[in-house]
Ligand binder design. Structure first.
Ligand code: TXA
Ligand code: MG
Length: 354
């Protein structure tokens, strides 16, 4: 039976957002009585349920169509609240002081108040303190941690505005809080604390590798961030084994000199129906149909913010193929590369220079 999803609009176009207390109290009541509420964060929208409730977590997996061995992130209002749900350490304190509230998730040993259903059976729990005012106010109003994966149906790009959420989740959740567009557009950076001086980067995000290195002595990048895992390899983070953000049309990443890539795209536009996530400076040189300009080539922030939205929109035009540039693996580019290479199932075309 589909649920009657209530959609609450909180974005009135004014910054900063000031969520109405009445709407938040209702959303908190829904969560506390075991229901599901989708809410905005600074990264992507989250599909929230009470983190301490096994039943709520089961409902999240069902609404998302996600395998229940892929653990959820729990969202807290203040970095110090982590201690209620997990065992923290001086390394956590340093990371929290530097990057929280903000787009960083830290994997810590789990306390028993967090059921195994929430952590996909693991003895660790992923903890994040979002900076978005609506997310923060909702966690405060609930008075407990909120478990929330990205609010997309499993296998779709993460939602960066309420219309994506409505497409995927209408009738599957009790409430959707519309807080406008997410600022960052890619999910949080995830690190696992190995010891006082060492963390493993499990998923790159807006908190970059270089930023982490300023706070922790050794930062190791998990192999699955950059490469395809072998048949029988076990990833450090369960989510890495699933194909993600897959558009319906094949996505192919292009690598090569900018003039060569532009000539290639021009020829391809004559041959078949292409959707192209292009750079702004390429728009003039191409046929306008099927173009999705993601920002200037040097503006990674814009490219991150638009990627998931344009993958969804590109798919809606039912193209034969989707092309995008392969990003450089530096700074925020590493996060873009990680999402795009997986959406493209590692298909990269090298365009030779003439
Ligand atoms: O920005 C974000 O992190 C968003 C917003 C809503 O906060 N959430 C998000 O959640 O991206 P989700 O569920 O789509 O991705 C969480 C990832 C999964 O790949 C999962 O495998 C990994 O985090 N993860 C969660 N708990 C873990 C754990 N205990 N150990 C290793 N990986 C874990
Ligand atoms: Mg996700």
């Amino acid at each position: 039976m589909p649920l009657n999803t209530e959609i609450v609009r909180i974005d009135d176009g004014c910054a900063p957002l000031s969520p109405s207390a009445e709407a938040l109290c209702r959303a908190a009541d829904v969560l506390l009585s075991g229901g599901l509420v989708v809410f905005p964060t600074e990264t992507v929208y989250g599909l929230g349920g009470l983190a301490t409730s096994a039943t709520s977590s089961r409902k999240i997996y069902e609404a998302k169509g996600r395998p229940s061995d892929n653990p959820l992130i729990i969202h807290i209002a203040h970095p110090a609240d982590a201690e209620r749900y997990a065992i923290t350490s001086p390394c956590y304190e340093r990371l929290a002081k530097a990057f929280m509230p903000g787009p960083l998730t830290v994997i810590l040993p789990r306390r028993d108040v967090i059921p195994r259903e929430t952590t996909g059976g693991l003895d660790t729990v992923a903890v994040r303190c979002p900076s978005h005012p609506v997310a923060h106010a909702l966690i405060e109003a609930t008075g407990a941690a909120i478990a929330a994966p990205s609010a997309n149906r499993s296998g779709k790009p993460s939602p960066t505005c309420a219309s994506h959420v409505i497409d995927d989740m209408d009738g599957r959740v009790d409430m959707i809080i519309d807080g406008g567009e997410c600022d960052i557009g890619l999910e949080s950076t995830i690190v696992k604390i190995e010891d006082e001086d060492t963390v493993t980067l499990l998923r790159p995000g807006a908190i970059t590798y270089d930023a982490l290195c300023m706070v922790v002595e050794n930062v190791t990048v998990a192999p699955a961030v950059l490469e395809r895992l072998g048949e029988n390899e076990r990833p450090l983070s369960p989510g890495m084994k699933y194909r993600h953000y897959a558009p319906d049309a094949p996505l192919v990443l292009l690598e090569g000199d900018s003039d060569a890539v532009l000539s290639f795209l021009k020829e391809e536009q004559k041959r078949r129906r292409c959707a192209i996530l292009c750079y702004d400076e390429e728009v003039e040189g191409l046929d306008r149909a099927g173009l999705f300009p993601v920002g200037p080539s040097n503006d990674l922030t814009s490219q991150a913010k638009l990627l998931f939205c344009y993958l969804r929109e590109a798919d809606r035009t039912a193209p034969d193929i989707i092309y995008a540039h392969q990003p450089k693996k530096e700074g925020l580019g590493l996060a873009l590369y990680n999402r795009m290479i997986r959406a493209a199932a590692h298909t990269v075309l090298h365009i030779p220079s003439p």
